[in-house]
Each structure stands twice: as structure tokens, then as C-alpha cells.
Design a protein. Structure first.
Length: 648
């Protein structure tokens, strides 16, 4: 198997009709790539890291080759550690700059919401690299709190606990406080309060209490229901007042230190951010006026990722940059609190998506293509064939721009007539195949005319999509890209090599699961959504690799075992200033035995059962002992192999 493209640069240049600039435009890589991804002069996607003296680039194909050499086969998740580091740095530096420029009199503290990507090495990297910025963690469950507590070694980094908290959860958090880690309990419902009060009295540790409010700001995008009156999170204003009263009664009002609001994830519109902050500030000031010391304003997540590269306020895009986001927050707080004489709080944000999305990508190879192109030459039909077939054949000679609509209707009419005749035994299988073939060839010719027409009739608008190829990819949508299936998420998808060649095929993608939902037929481009992706024709004996980008957030643990495709291989790569790279960590994905044991099979027993089946076949004289041994061996090897398509 050859991973490297065998095309020489000369061959790439020889494609006069196409060049890498056209690929750059077509796939929008400069628009969504945020300077991390671009196309090299050799027509390969490269990742760029800036060490201070300009960008250092590494082609993804070199990493793929390195994975191959280590026996890590496709599909695989590739994580680039430098990109994660850079996102943390960028977030902290952008807030620091906005704070300085805006004359704001306090600091910023980021916390990473563990749920967005809980993988150990992602969290450890954030803890390690984030230490310089006192970047902390947001935990939404006991398990996540345990992760956070075991990672932080810095008493200036915060832990923010959201979600429902039982006594055990609260005890853990109180111990963190006792050890000097600022660990906040954000009260989401009043029923948590008595447990917090009881436990902190019992352990004699003052808690750090926060409160989550419901904002009334309407937010654009997919998560519009995370805010507003019907949001399932946060306290209403009446509950908020009860909380203050109960804390005061318990003598614990001095523990109320933080206001939390989370407008929802992927907020595409900066105006929503601004309105949300303004509203949160009113609440903050109100609580300060009630006598709570406060000091921390947590604005939750929501910082978007421009998956489309369109810079608009559509669901998968965003109409602002990071520095604007920071400046808007800083200014809004200052403008609201200054007239009220309330001291500037520490600004906390819980950016998850924007922190981890860029650093991971899914790489996979294409196994096969099902083309709708006419499969046979349009040979003349036999003389004694049905009229419908004869008519189709003649129609084929007549397709032209003046009569395409009529030809379209006639082609479908005669094709259906042939299906009908076949159904009644009046046409042979071969005749029907010929009719289908001619019909497809007519439709292709019509589709080729559409781009030049002043107006495309509505019933023909989907024709190119219906005639597109299906590229079968070596991956499972349900395991690796669950949000495409669950919430119609769009991710940038493109070939990672051959980009100096013209991608002549229009395609949709299908995965390995035999599920009709296991397909991708919506693709983002800077010009908007499209139903097909332009791809290159496969070359004999050469692999074709695609990448799905910006998948670091939410995909890795939401995935499931549909059709028992397991975790993919994963590599963590660290790029060095000299352009070399290191496989910092590598993880082999699930074996078939692994996934079977997840659904309660015992691999040892499966093997034993199979041995008995083989033994019986020997006794029945179906196979001999040598064959039995080979078959049992093959079974054992499969059991311990990768769940995805393997080429040997
Ligand atoms: C999910 C979540 C986040 C992360 O949101 P992003 O949009 O990914 O930054 C932050 N805070 C809370 C409370 C969340 O539920």
C-alpha cells in the first residue's frame, strides 16, 4: 500500500486547468483553517505552527506515512498538540489585551469544561500548558470533578462545578477548598443549597458559592433553548431571592462569590453575547447590592467556531473574531458596573469548543466508489426490442439545450415504461439494464448543461446531487462524527492530497455502517451549504485520503458502537520548531474483542465455542485437522484485529 502520492510535482503542474489556488477557494481552507491549515505547493494539506519566527509547516501526508510505518492504520484521529496550546494561549492573551486596552480593573481566568473533550491527554495538556495562565476546569459531574482535582496544582486556577451535586460531590469540592484550590459550587436548583450548608457545617469549611441564572436573551443558533424562561438550567429571579435569604439566614451570605450564566454553545451572533453580558451584569450588581461579596463573573461557554469560514451569523459560523468577543465582554461589564459603583469582577469564561475543536481531525481512506456514470457503452438495442427502449436510444441522440426539459421528461417516461414491461415479464433483464443505462447517460448530459442555463427548473435542481458518486469511506459516522447525525453539524471535509489536480467528481460520502443515516451529504463552503463534495477520481493502486477537520469538540465521547465499530486509532503529534514532528502518544483503537466485551461477550468463550464448531466439522468430515487449525487461527486473529476495514 502506498501512502505517498506517486505524482511528481511535474505531473501536478501539468494539470493546466487546475491549481492549488483553485483548491484553496473550492474547499475554503483559508476561511475555516484559522491560519492552522493551508495547501502546500505540492498540493497537500499542511498544518502550520508559529514558533515566533514565522510558521513551520508539516504536510498531513507525512504524518499519515509515519502512522503507517508504526502500524497505525486508517481511520485515525490525529491530534496536534501545538494547536491546542495555541488556542489556550490565544484565549488568555486576547482577554489580557482587552482588559488592558479597556482599562478594566481585574483579571481573566479561563476554565476548560471537561465534558467537551474528556480524553486524558487533552485534559493533561490543558492543565500543563494552561498553568502559565492559571487556566482551570469546569466540572459537570463527580467524575469530572475528580479529573479536575487531580490535575490542578496551582491555587490561582479555578474549578467551577456545575450540574447536580450530591453530598459526596460537595464534600470533594469542600476538600479542594480546604487545600487552597478555589472550587466553586454553582447552585443550579434550590434543592442543592441545604446539602451545601449541611456539609460545609459538618466539615467546618466555608464553601465558595456561585449561582446560575436564567437569562432572557434570545440567542441565535442551535442552542437557542439554553437561555430564556424555559431553559432547564438556572434559577428564576424569585428562586434567586430565596437563595440570598436562605444564605443570609444560615450566616453564609459571605460565601456567595460568583454569578454564572451560560447562553448556549456556538453563539454565532456577537449581539447575543453582548446582550447576555449586559443582563448578567445587572444580576451581578443586584446580588452585590444585596450584600454578597461576589468577585467573580462567569460567562459560560458559547464562543463559536467558524466551521463554514463564512463569517456570518448562521448556525455553523460566527460573525465576530476572538478579540472582538473579548473586547465586547470587557466593555459591556465596565459600562454596566461603573455607573453603579460596583467593583470589576474576575472574568471567567468556560470556552470548550473554541479551545479544542481545531486540534483534532479525522483521517480516513476511501475504499470504493459507486458511480452513477453510464456503466456500459450505449450500444444500439436489439431490433425486436420494445418501443420504449428504441425510443430511449433515439432520444439519446437528440439531447440539446433547446429541448432538455422535454428530453428529461421523456427519458424518465420511457425508463419507467421499461421497468413496467420487465415487471410483467415482457422485457429481459439485459434489456432493462440497457434502458437504465441509456437513461442515466441522458440525465448526465442534461446535468452538464445546467450550469450554463439562465434558470434551472425546480424539478431539475436536485439532478446533479442525484447523479453524484458515492465515495465509501473507512470510518463510522456514529463513532467518530456523531454530531453530523444527531444535530446536523457541519465540519469542513476535504482531500488532504492531490490538490494540484482538478477534483472532477461530485460525490457524497458513505461510511462503513450499513445504515442509511451513515452518510454525509451536506458540506459547508464559504459560499454556503452544498449537497455534494468535489473529489478526485481514484487512481489504481493508490490510496485516497480525506480529512474531517475541527472535530476536537464533543465528538470523541458522544460516539457510539453502532454496528460495533469501535474507537479509532489515535495519535498525538507534537511539531518541533525545526519542522520535525514527534509521535508524542499513540493509542491503538478497539479490537473486535474489545467491542464485543462492551456488549457483554466474553472473547475467551467465543473462541471456545468456535473451537467446538470447528471440531464438529472435523468429525463430520467437512474439513481436515490442518484446515481446522488454519480456520481457528483466522478466527483468533480477527478477534484481536481492528474493527475497521483493513488491507493486508
Ligand atoms: C457545554 C458547556 C460549556 C461549553 O460550551 P462551549 O460552547 O463548548 O464553549 C460551558 N459551560 C457550560 C455550563 C456548559 O454546559
Amino acid at each position: 500500500m502506498t501512502a505517498r502520492s506517486s505524482a511528481t510535482p511535474q505531473q501536478n503542474r501539468a494539470d493546466d486547468a487546475w491549481n492549488i489556488d483553485l483548491s484553496t477557494q473550492l474547499y475554503g481552507i483559508n476561511a475555516w483553517g484559522a491560519d492552522y491549515f493551508s495547501i502546500s505547493a505540492d498540493g497537500e494539506v499542511q498544518v502550520s505552527v508559529d514558533f515566533g519566527d514565522g510558521p513551520v509547516t508539516v504536510p498531513l501526508m507525512e504524518i499519515v506515512q509515519g502512522m503507517h510505518d508504526r502500524g497505525l492504520h486508517m481511520p485515525a484521529i490525529l491530534r496536534i498538540r501545538n494547536l491546542l496550546d495555541h488556542r489556550i494561549e490565544l484565549l488568555n492573551k486576547s482577554f489580557a489585551r482587552a482588559i488592558q486596552d479597556g482599562g478594566y480593573r481585574n483579571t481573566y481566568r479561563g476554565v476548560y469544561p471537561i465534558k467537551v473533550n474528556q480524553q486524558c491527554h487533552v485534559v493533561e495538556e490543558i492543565a500543563d500548558y494552561g498553568r502559565a495562565y492559571h487556566h482551570g476546569f469546569e466540572a459537570g459531574s463527580k467524575a469530572e470533578l475528580i479529573i479536575a482535582m487531580s490535575q490542578l496544582r496551582d491555587s490561582d486556577s479555578l474549578i467551577v462545578c456545575n450540574g447536580y451535586k450530591d453530598a459526596e460531590f460537595i464534600e470533594l469540592g469542600l476538600y479542594a477548598v480546604q487545600m487552597g484550590v478555589p472550587c466553586f459550587f454553582v447552585v443550579e436548583t434550590l434543592s442543592e443549597l441545604p446539602i451545601i450548608i449541611e456539609r460545609s457545617r459538618a466539615l467546618n469549611i466555608d464553601p465558595l458559592i456561585g449561582v446560575r441564572i436564567k437569562t432572557t436573551v434570545a440567542v441565535d443558533g442551535y442552542w437557542s433553548q439554553d437561555s430564556g424562561d424555559r431553559s432547564i438550567f438556572g434559577l428564576s429571579t424569585t428562586s434567586l431571592m430565596r437563595l440570598v435569604d436562605e444564605l443570609r439566614q444560615a450566616g453564609l451570605l459571605h460565601c456567595l462569590r460568583l454569578l454564572h450564566c451560560h447562553l448556549g454553545s456556538q453563539i454565532p451572533n456577537i449581539r447575543n453575547v453582548r446582550s447576555g453580558v449586559l443582563e448578567a451584569c445587572r444580576f451581578y450588581a443586584g446580588l452585590a447590592q444585596e450584600g454578597a461579596p461576589m468577585g467573580y463573573l462567569d460567562l459560560g461557554g458559547g464562543l463559536a467556531v467558524d466551521y463554514e469560514g463564512a463569517r456570518t451569523n448562521s448556525t455553523h459560523s460566527m460573525n465576530y473574531r476572538l478579540d472582538e468577543y473579548c473586547a465586547n465582554i470587557v466593555e459591556s461589564i465596565r459600562e454596566t458596573l461603573d455607573p453603579l459603583d460596583v467593583a470589576h469582577p474576575v472574568i471567567i469564561s468556560e470556552s470548550g469548543r473554541a479551545t479544542v475543536a481545531y486540534s483534532s481531525m479525522l483521517l480516513f481512506n476511501i475504499l470504493n466508489v459507486s458511480s452513477s456514470s453510464p456503466a456500459m457503452p450505449a450500444e444500439p438495442p436489439p431490433k425486436d426490442c420494445a418501443d420504449a427502449l428504441q425510443n430511449l436510444f433515439e432520444l439519446q441522440q437528440q439531447v440539446a439545450a433547446q429541448n432538455f426539459q422535454e428530453c428529461y421528461n421523456d427519458a424518465l417516461f420511457y425508463r419507467d415504461e421499461m421497468r413496467e414491461l420487465f415487471h410483467h415479464g415482457q422485457a429481459t433483464l439485459r434489456e432493462r439494464a440497457l434502458a437504465e443505462n441509456i437513461c442515466v447517460s441522458i440525465l448526465h448530459r442534461i446535468a452538464a448543461m445546467l450550469p450554463d442555463l439562465p434558470r434551472v427548473p425546480p424539478e431539475l435542481q436536485n439532478l446533479p446531487e442525484q447523479l453524484s458518486d458515492i465515495y465509501y469511506g473507512n470510518f463510522s459516522l456514529f463513532q467518530s462524527l456523531p454530531d453530523i447525525w444527531a444535530i446536523d453539524q457541519l465540519f469542513p471535509i476535504m482531500p488532504i492530497h492531490r490538490l494540484g489536480e482538478k477534483p472532477e467528481r461530485s460525490a457524497i460520502l458513505a461510511d462503513l455502517t450499513c445504515d442509511c443515516d451513515g452518510k454525509i451529504d451536506r458540506f459547508s463552503t464559504p459560499e454556503g451549504e452544498r449537497n455534494t463534495l468535489q473529489l478526485h477520481a481514484l487512481k489504481a493502486g493508490e490510496e485516497y485520503y480525506l480529512g474531517v477537520f475541527l472535530i476536537g469538540a464533543y465528538q470523541e465521547t458522544l460516539g457510539d458502537l453502532h454496528n460495533l465499530f469501535g474507537d479509532t486509532n489515535v495519535v498525538n503529534v507534537a511539531i518541533e520548531p525545526d519542522g520535525s514532528f514527534e509521535f508524542a502518544r499513540e493509542f491503538h483503537g478497539d479490537s473486535i474483542a474489545d467491542v464485543l466485551s462492551y456488549v457483554e461477550y466474553e472473547p475467551k468463550r467465543l473462541q471456545e465455542n468456535f473451537r467446538l464448531v470447528a471440531e464438529k466439522a472435523v468429525r463430520d468430515g467437512k474439513i481436515d485437522v490442518a484446515q481446522r487449525s488454519r480456520i481457528v487461527q483466522a478466527f483468533r486473529e480477527s478477534l484481536h484485529g481492528y474493527t475497521y476495514f483493513e488491507k493486508h
